[in-house]
Each structure stands twice: as structure tokens, then as C-alpha cells.
Ligand binder design. Structure first.
Ligand SMILES: NC(=O)c1ccc[n+]([C@@H]2O[C@H](COP(=O)([O-])OP(=O)(O)OC[C@H]3O[C@@H](n4cnc5c(N)ncnc54)[C@H](OP(=O)(O)O)[C@@H]3O)[C@@H](O)[C@H]2O)c1
Length: 503
């Protein structure tokens, strides 16, 4: 259905706007969600004209192969305003243009403000939206903001108070783009639409849960940003804790954003708040050194551009969360994320408990050997799908067992044509549906958990670098599971080691 709205994109010349937002708006346009009644104002300091801005827009959608008239018509809805967000006078121009476009395109006062800028500007922008009367009284006014939401609990709380002075919580859409990903959304369907899983989804049947967000790339040109963030704040505080919440939450009474949020918040509240000693036992940090994988040499983090030669910033985190509630008591939720790891992959492994006795034990080669555990794997990216490992009978005489895998992967064609995370999230924001965004209560709880880890780490000096580029992190990340008798289900480094491609 066609939506009528004015988008004001602060940071309209930036990387996010060009790589993600404009192509996503174009896809919505192609599908008819945006048609005649929409307009976009891009603002930033660069002195661009409308014509130049439209040329940039056309360039950003080139890969989607629009035809000439489609491209021209789409780009004609874009307007540019050179504007320094700290300059109050400029907001008068923004108001005048917004009102003019509202009338021209019959937008019914519906406005969506997208802050695609560094977070230190958020407070100034929202205050001006109110003081300069840009917020309308007729339609809706929604604020979409990018991560990071603060750099610790206190800064996030301060930012939240500034924003909430202007926008009510239901009109604030805090982006966690992972929540727009197909397979992250599929977690709820796998759980709540399949009795075989949901009836086993607790500490009686699940031994541990493993969440991996690994990247093969290093920090590339983002060294400056990363030096102030690190893997813990960049990945665990937001994306990984959101996934933990989705995996661990109770069944919501209905699939509405309020019920889901309530259940996610309960999980985050039940995650054990570690004392310093527990942080040291349960969390491991790493930083990549030089390394060679499959004949390719990689430089160390400290040699990357814009990174300090003695940097103590972590490029890897592994940890164990414990959820102190009835369903999950005693089940470790292991998480790990890092840069320059063996392979890029986001996946979840649900490791089920062993059967009480292996009655086929007598047939195994090594007496006393346990059966491999059943594992449900949810593949989030780069491939999308899920698999279940079971034990089957080996063909032939006797009762030898062997693992078999039921495997489902979305076809490349389906994944290629499925909507991009940003496209889905923009449409959700247009529909006023905040299910796939982070509520303040979730952000606040996540920072409480993360601040304790960061604070403990800041008291000690790590022995960095401590893992070779191209590996799955430091030894400590493996020891973390081994001390509970567990191991990472996904170890892509083994494949390379067995073939002599990784030392
Ligand atoms: N890029 C991504 O893939 C990505 C992914 C996740 C989250 N994010 C988040 O999204 C936000 C934007 O990231 P980005 O990568 O797009 O950054 P970026 O490329 O540096 O863009 C920043 C934008 O802000 C504008 N700007 C800076 N200072 C300004 C001022 N005083 N007044 C008006 N405009 C100003 C810049 O334009 P001028 O220089 O022309 O003023 C530019 O358009 C950040 O919060 C980032 O953490 C980005």
C-alpha cells in the first residue's frame, strides 16, 4: 500500500545514506510502497544543489538497474539542503522546505526523521526539531536513529532523556539492522511454529547455546571508529544481546511489538550481572596479530590505518552469559565475535543434551564414547537456512551409528531477491511497527550488562595481540567452553589446518 511521508535524512551525503538508505527507498518505490506522495530532504554541510543530489541518488541505485524514466521520476522527489546541524537558522529553511513539500506532495504532515549521523549530534537535532516547530501536529512524526546508542549506560540514558523530551517512545525507532535480517526474524518462527523445538526449548533438553558473529575482514578503514568502540560495544551490546533475547524469551501472548518487547526485556533482566571476578572467568578478549590463511598474509590490528601502535582495543570477544530464570538456569549461552577470523559467518548452534545412556556403546570403535549431540544450527549469513544433526544407523552389519544432517538452505535466487534489512526496517518505520527495533528498556539493560565487563577489563592490561589473523580467536575462547566440558560446534579453522592452509 502506498505510504505518504516526508523523509528528512540528516547525514544525507554520508556512507550509510548512499550505500543503504537510497537503494532501500528505491526498492520501496519499485514495490509501490512509495509512489507519488513522498519526498526526501537530504541535509549535510556539503554545498550540493538539488541537481547534484539527484545525480548522486541515481548513482546509488545504479546496481538495481532502473530504466531512465523510473530513475528520473524517483530522483525528482529528492531535495537537498546544505545545513550544519549546530546552526539554528538553518532549521528555519528546513521548516519552510518541509512545509512546502508537504503541500506539493500531499504528505498529510507525516514525517520521518532519519539521523544517519554521529550520535553526538542527536540531542541538538531533536531539540531543534521541536523548538523550530518542524514537528507537525497533523500527521505522525517518527525518529529513526542509528547505533551506537550511547557509549555506556550513563551516556545512553542522557541521550535517551534528550530524545524523549521531544519524541514519545512509540515514535522512536532505534535501528539494530540485524533485527531486519530474514533469519533473525526466522528465529521466532522456528521456535514458536514448531512444536518439536519449542517443547524442548529449555534447560531439561538444551545443554548450551552458541552464538557466533565472525568476520573475515579486519577493521579496514574504520580504525578510527573501532579504537573508540571495540568488539564488545560494537557487536555484543546490541546485536548479540538482541539475539540472546530472541532465543531465550518466553512465548509472547501475541506476536505484537509490545508483547515481544516485554518478553525480551524479561530475559535481559534475568541475565546474570557479573562481579569483576566472574567477568574475568566468563569473558575473554582478543586482538589479532599478523597471520597467514590459505597463502594470504594479513597485518596485525596495531598496524592498521588509524590504530595506535600500542592499542589495547579488543577485536574479539568470547563470553558466557547465564540467564537466571526457570527455563534457562544452568544453560550457558556462549557468544563470540571478532574480526580477522577464519571465515565470515553468523550462526547459532543449539546443542541438545545427550541421551541418558548410549545403548549403542558396545558397537562404537572407542568403548565408552558418547553419541554426538543433536545440534540445531540457524545460519543467518552469508548463507541462510537451518540444519539439524541427528544420529542414524551406519549402513551394514551391526548397529554402528553415524551423524546425519538434515539441511535446508535458502536458494541464492531467493536470498538475492529478498528485501534488504534496511528496506524492511524503513517500511516498518513507515507502518509504525517497532517490533524489529530496540526499545529503551532493552538498550538500558544491555548497557548495564556490558558496562560491568568493560569496567573490569579497563582495570587490567591485556596481553595483546593474542590471536593470529585467520584463526577463530585466542586459546582462551576455547578454554572457556572446555572447562565446562563443551566445545564450539563450529570450528572452520580445523578444515584449513587439516589441509595445511593454516598453522
Ligand atoms: N555506514 C554504515 O554502514 C553504518 C552502519 C551502521 C551504523 N552506522 C551509523 O550511522 C551513522 C552515520 O554513519 P556513516 O557511515 O554514514 O557516517 P559518515 O559517512 O561519516 O556520514 C556522516 C554524515 O554526517 C554529515 N555531517 C557531519 N557533521 C555534520 C554537521 N555538523 N552538520 C551537518 N551534517 C554533518 C556528513 O556530511 P558533511 O560532511 O557533508 O557535513 C555526512 O553526511 C553513524 O552513527 C554510524 O555509526 C553506519
Amino acid at each position: 500500500m502506498e505510504q505518504a511521508a516526508l523523509f528528512t535524512i540528516f547525514g544525507g551525503t554520508g556512507d550509510l545514506a548512499q550505500r543503504k538508505l537510497y537503494p532501500s527507498l528505491f526498492r520501496l518505490y519499485r514495490k509501490g510502497n512509495l509512489a507519488k506522495h513522498f519526498a526526501v530532504i537530504g541535509t549535510a554541510r556539503r554545498p550540493w544543489s538539488d541537481e547534484h543530489y539527484r545525480e548522486v541518488i541515481c548513482e546509488t541505485i545504479k546496481d538495481l538497474e532502473p530504466n531512465e524514466s523510473e530513475k528520473k521520476e524517483f530522483a525528482s522527489h529528492f531535495y537537498y539542503l546544505s545545513h550544519d546541524v549546530n546552526d539554528s537558522d538553518h532549521y528555519d529553511q528546513l521548516k519552510a522546505l518541509s512545509d512546502q513539500l508537504d503541500e506539493k506532495y500531499e504528505l498529510q504532515g507525516n514525517r520521518l526523521y532519519y539521523l544517519a549521523m554521529a550520535p553526538q549530534f542527536f540531542g541538538t537535532i531533536v531539540n531543534h526539531l521541536k523548538s523550530q516547530d518542524i514537528i507537525t501536529t497533523t500527521g505522525y512524526n517518527r525518529l529513526v536513529i542509528e547505533k551506537p546508542f550511547g557509549f555506556d549506560y550513563d551516556s545512553a540514558d542522557k541521550l535517551n532523556n534528550q530524545i524523549r523530551n521531544v519524541f514519545p517512545e512509540q515514535d522512536i525507532f532505534r535501528i539494530d539492522h540485524y533485527l531486519g535480517k530474514e533469519m533473525i526474524q526466522n528465529i521466532s518462527v522456528i521456535r514458536f511454529a514448531n512444536n518439536i523445538f519449542e517443547s524442548l526449548w529449555n534447560n531439561r533438553y538444551i545443554e548450551n547455546v552458541q552464538i557466533t558473529f565472525s568476520e573475515a575482514l579486519g577493521v579496514e578503514d574504520r580504525g578510527g571508529y573501532y579504537e573508540n568502540s571495540g568488539a564488545l560495544k560494537d557487536m555484543v551490546q546490541n546485536h548479540i544481546l538482541q539475539v540472546v533475547a530472541l532465543l531465550a524469551m518466553e512465548v509472547p501472548t501475541s506476536f505484537s511489538n509490545q508483547s515481544i518487547r516485554e518478553e525480551k526485556v524479561k530475559v535481559l533482566q534475568a541475565i546474570r550481572r557479573y562481579e569483576s571476578e566472574e567477568v574475568l572467568q566468563n569473558f575473554v578478549r582478543g586482538q589479532y596479530d599478523t597471520g597467514t590463511l590459505d597463502g594470504k598474509d594479513f597485518i596485525a590490528y596495531r598496524d592498521e590505518p588509524k590504530v595506535a601502535k600500542d592499542s589495547l582495543m579488543e577485536t574479539f570477544v568470547a563470553g558466557k552469559f547465564l540467564i537466571d530464570n526457570f527455563r534457562w538456569s544452568g544453560v550457558p549461552f556462549y557468544v563470540r565475535t571478532g574480526k580477522r577470523m577464519t571465515e565470515k559467518g553468523t550462526r547459532i548452534n543449539i546443542v541438545f543434551k545427550q541421551v541418558p545412556i548410549n545403548v549403542f556403546n558396545f558397537e562404537q570403535e572407542a568403548a565408552g564414547k558418547d553419541l554426538p549431540q543433536n545440534i540445531l544450527t540457524i545460519y543467518i549469513q552469508p548463507t541462510e537456512g537451518f540444519s539439524l544433526t541427528l544420529n542414524g544407523k551406519k549402513i551394514g552389519q551391526g548397529f554402528k551409528t553415524e551423524p546425519v544432517k538434515l539441511d535446508f538452505r535458502q536458494s541464492a535466487e531467493v536470498t538475492e531477491n529478498s528485501p534488504e534489512a534496511y528496506e524492511k526496517l524503513l517500511l516498518d518505520a513507515l507502518n509504525g511497527d517497532s517490533t524489529n527495533f530496540s526499545h529503551w528498556d532493552e538498550v538500558a539493560n544491555s548497557w548495564e550488562i556490558i558496562d560491568r565487563i568493560r569496567h573490569t577489563w579497563d582495570q587490567t592490561t591485556p596481553g595483546f595481540p593474542n590471536y593470529a589473523a585467520g584463526t577463530m580467536g585466542p586459546q582462551g575462547a576455547f578454554d572457556l567452553l572446555a572447562k565446562n566440558g563443551h566445545e564450539w560446534a563450529w570450528q572452520p579453522d580445523q578444515w584449513y589446518r587439516e589441509r595445511g592452509k593454516l598453522k
